[in-house]
Design a binder for this molecule. Sequence first.
Ligand SMILES: Cc1cc2nc3c(=O)[nH]c(=O)nc-3n(C[C@H](O)[C@H](O)[C@H](O)COP(=O)(O)OP(=O)(O)OC[C@H]3O[C@@H](n4cnc5c(N)ncnc54)[C@H](O)[C@@H]3O)c2cc1C
Length: 372
Amino acid sequence: MTQRDFLIVGGGVVGMAVAYGLARAGLSVTVLDESDDALRASRGNAGLVWVQGKGLGMPRYAELSLEAAKAWADFARELTERTGIDLEYEQRGGVDLCLDAEEAHSRQQEYTTLQNASSFLTQEFRWEYLDREALMPYLPGLGEAVHGGTWSPHDGQCNPLYLLRALYAASHSLGVDTHPASPVERLEATASGFRATTPRGHFEADRVILAAGLGARTLAPMLGLSDAVHPVRGQVLVTERRPPGARLPTPQIRQTASGGYLIGDTHEDAGLDKGVTLAMMQSLAVKAVRIYPDLAEARLVRSWGALRVMTPDGNPLYEASTTHPGAYNINCHSGITLAAFHAGGLSDAIRDDRVAQSFPQFSGARFHVPAT
Ligand SMILES: Cc1cc2nc3c(=O)[nH]c(=O)nc-3n(C[C@H](O)[C@H](O)[C@H](O)COP(=O)(O)OP(=O)(O)OC[C@H]3O[C@@H](n4cnc5c(N)ncnc54)[C@H](O)[C@@H]3O)c2cc1C
């Protein structure tokens, strides 16, 4: 068998977006993934394609999020054309709610600072603070407990499971071979590239990309890459289907295309426990009813927990190994939003081996500064 151009470790939305981007550029790609019991943020997230709040301490991340959001409509259309899968993507704008005046004040200060951080953001990042009354046309039936919120036209939503399914289907159609239930135990350089060892045998390629989410904690050091990611649990609650409405999505709650409300923006340190807790479910339900009082009537039908893949500063990790040229580490906590960029500009940078030059801010070196 001829050696492949790329081996990707991790078949979540990040690994598959990059696999798709590389295969679309004509490169041969093999993807190795774990089993169904793996920790997989890509199967438990909220499906927001979201710009607000991104890059508050790193404007370049805000720029990438905005570029990704702008590319998303074409990206979704292209995947649908290739696969026939409707991603349920829509970009009607979104609102990040503020429950009190203090939150409203600090949010506006943060966004103003961000907007002034680069000429691109000054020109392109559009947002507005709206009080509760002004939000009503966007969020009909909004509860009195809500103070207001920031509205932005860039925000949207999709069905993240359909996104993942489409990425697999499109990648397969371009010749990507994917191997589930193939946990990588060891990664090493060979005379002609890299080798991954799994219980199902060895896989080799010219170059290797680690897109293993929390799996980077054990695999990254094998290739001189950063292991600085940790889990942050999010719990999600879903209501029965409700009549479709005009309400824009918010990070706190959104109505899905099938009618159910998806509630949840918890951020918890729970180690590797991806379960749900009654206390958190109760607090999510209370918050949902404060936002939309009519949901007091809604039956709850489903809940789950999932682990975010978080770096110490919350910004993505895009790095090329200096000790193992040809090895890359790609990790982020906003893989749905950034999917269009991962399949586009980031894949191009990996293909051309210019990740370090194009995205120096995102190297893992920022977390491994030797003490003086
Ligand atoms: C509750 C919640 C809500 C979220 N909401 C949003 C949102 O609205 N919008 C947004 O943009 N993002 C959201 N996210 C974040 C988003 O889900 C993640 O950024 C994204 O899924 C990360 O994808 P990934 O492929 O890096 O990680 P994962 O989905 O975790 O995939 C990593 C893959 O690597 C594999 N792997 C690990 N170790 C190995 C190994 N040794 N060998 C082989 N394979 C291995 C695993 O099997 C897994 O499939 C949310 C996350 C959570 C938890």
